[in-house]
Design a protein around this ligand. Structure first.
Ligand SMILES: [Zn+2]
Ligand SMILES: [Zn+2]
Length: 256
């Protein structure tokens, strides 16, 4: 059984000083049993730079996971191929075309355990794009990792709970949910980290839940152990290894 999982946000819409970022989503997911990349952000250069700047290795991945066929999630995959030639990329049904040469696309239609305690919900149909989410079992609890939530964050949360039981934590893009979808997510997940395309309103509404809200941005690192509150290790997205000055970035980041 996986006992501890570390999540590192490699690219999010919310920037952090000293790191590159653009509109997109990528999450490094590490346990004692495997290292996986959930989505790859919009560009390979962002992954390569941010892995280096955070002192993390882009090689040595066990596999990658693609939530859906939008460029802001698969555009960085060539960097994964360069550092990890031949590894599998689990993609939703119909999305193998997004996986570049040098990687092995595996489409996942039905719920499946892809590695020890790392599950796909299977492909959920939606308009305009099909999407899969991941459920990681940590110390007997379930963490739900989502990409853009095109099928609806409430629907995904309901499906995940029906398949796997109570959800202790959800992180990813909530895609500007309706109040109804957001309430469904609130009723399923204990702790929530709306990111990427969630929108300011969904973040504001989740923040109102007090300590159930987990704020994330590019560079944030979170440790999951069982169902207790996720521990945020790098709250401001600036790892101690990153020098606060002397780095050039392609964008002017706001403070914090
Ligand atoms: Zn999308
Ligand atoms: Zn997206």
């Amino acid at each position: 059984m996986v006992k501890r999982v570390t999540l590192t946000v490699m690219n999010d819409n919310s920037p952090a000083r000293g790191l590159l970022n653009e509109w997109g989503w990528s999450l490094l997911v590490e346990s004692e049993a495997w290292r996986a990349l959930f989505d790859a952000g919009p560009r390979p250069e962002i992954l390569e730079e941010n892995f280096t700047r955070l002192g993390l290795r882009l090689d040595g991945l066990s596999f990658a996971f693609l939530s859906h066929a939008h460029h802001d999630h698969w555009g960085g995959l060539p960097a994964v191929a360069r550092a990890n030639p031949g590894i599998k990329v689990y993609a939703p049904a119909g999305a193998a075309r997004c996986v570049p040469e040098g990687l092995k696309a595996v489409e996942v239609a039905e719920p499946a355990e892809l590695a020890l305690d790392f599950w796909s919900t299977g492909t959920l149909g939606s308009s305009p794009v099909d999407e899969q989410s991941a459920v990681v079992r940590v110390g007997g609890s379930n963490a739900l990792l989502v990409g853009c939530s095109h099928p609806g964050i409430g629907k995904i949360a309901d499906v995940a709970r029906a398949q796997f039981g109570d959800i202790s934590f959800v992180i990813g893009g909530f895609h500007q949910p309706s109040e109804e979808q957001l309430q469904r997510a609130f009723s399923v997940a204990k702790f929530l980290a709306p990111a990427h395309c969630s929108g300011n309103e969904a973040k504001r509404r989740t923040r109102e839940l007090g300590e159930r809200y987990v704020e994330v941005r590019t560079g944030t690192r979170i440790v999951l152990e069982g169902g207790s509150k996720p521990t945020v290790v790098w709250p401001r997205g600036v790892h101690p290894a990153i020098l606060p000055s002397g780095l050039t970035t392609r964008r002017q980041f706001p403070a914090g």
